[in-house]
Unconditional design. Structure first.
Length: 330
């Protein structure tokens, strides 16, 4: 297995919890920081250059109903607007339950000039990817929906890039629901999280609690052609948080629970390529990896370092927050 290296230490002044990542048109990494570990910090979007220098770009626009915002997944649209998943409900605070949003942020000369609410009142939106004119958003829990089995249900929502003010009900009545999944692991009833497209346009989503990745193929009209289990190997992949893909078609998955990164080959074979014990991450170790990102021939990993308890290796939050780096191997 690889030994992760330190990519950067994040500024304590404005980052306590890093999460989603994207690459902008200039080749810089854009980092979403929900800052759940210190709710006194505003959620922000940072810019990182290839040497690991970090600057704050902007604070995430607040929800007028709650006075809060907590960004997780992010994705650039074809017009370079930035789409942000605002998951306030992750905190568990009663006043923030089902107050999640999808935001579309437009820029002029590098500064925020317009913010559009695409969808609101979401229970637990998490990851986001864009294909063509649509965005696909994982929602990790849907507590209002009761399954016959009693298992937790999660889903993928699909919104048009130009949608506005869609009032989500978090029930099966929502017309924007694309697919739903049950989570079968009774010890971890947490559903869809990571999401990524491959180079052929197929969609992959990870069921966190089951440690299972599904592949969705499409008909020409955008409807589902096939939805099947693609990769599952409990010995090498316990949980599926954020995902990315390299130039060879390998998918990398943040195994949040056990401080590891797994690589899924194009044939679905899973290999654990890096793992760390409980750590502060200050030397580059994986400290509860939340999302990997393929960037400039490397895999950069944001270390969420916020959740403890249960079977999670992580036992405490430490500052400064860290990001790790792995090499890409065919």
């Amino acid at each position: 297995m690889q030994t992760p290296k330190l990519f950067t230490l994040l500024p304590e002044a404005y980052v306590s919890t890093p999460d989603g990542m994207e690459i902008d048109k200039n080749g810089d990494m854009i980092l979403s920081c929900p800052n759940f570990a210190d709710m006194s910090m505003p959620s922000c979007i940072c810019r990182i250059d290839k040497e690991g220098h970090v600057t704050k770009w902007f604070d995430v626009p607040l929800n007028e109903e709650t006075g809060e915002a907590r960004s997780m997944g992010i994705a650039f649209g074809p017009d370079r607007d930035l789409y942000i998943v605002d998951n306030q409900g992750w905190t568990g605070r009663p006043e923030l339950i089902r107050q999640g949003r999808i935001l579309r942020v437009h820029f002029e000369n590098g500064s925020v000039s317009k913010v559009t609410v695409v969808a609101k009142h979401m229970e637990h939106p998490n990851g986001i990817r864009i294909k063509g004119e649509y965005m696909y958003v994982t929602q990790s829990t849907m507590e209002k929906v009761k399954t016959k089995s009693g298992n937790a249900l999660s889903c993928v929502y699909r919104f048009h890039l130009d949608d506005k003010d869609i009032d989500v009900t978090n029930t099966l009545e929502d017309p924007n629901i694309f697919l739903t999944y049950e989570t079968y692991n009774p010890q971890d009833q947490y559903g869809l999280d990571g999401i990524v497209f491959d180079h052929q346009g197929n969609l992959y989503v990870g069921n966190f609690g089951d440690g299972e990745v599904f592949r969705i193929t499409f008909h020409e009209d955008g409807s589902v052609k096939e939805n099947r289990s693609f990769a599952k190997d409990p010995d090498n992949l316990r949980s599926t948080d954020g995902m990315t893909i390299d130039q060879y078609g390998n998918i990398y998955v943040a195994d949040f629970v056990v401080n590891a990164i797994a690589k899924i080959a194009p044939d679905g074979t899973i290999t654990r390529i890096a793992q760390s014990p409980d750590t502060d991450g200050f030397n580059g170790e994986l400290d509860q990896p939340g999302e990997p990102c393929f960037w400039d021939g490397r895999i950069i990993v944001s270390c969420f370092d916020c959740v403890t308890g249960g079977d999670k290796v992580n036992t405490a939050h430490e500052l400064p927050a860290t990001m790790s780096m792995l090499e890409v191997e065919p």
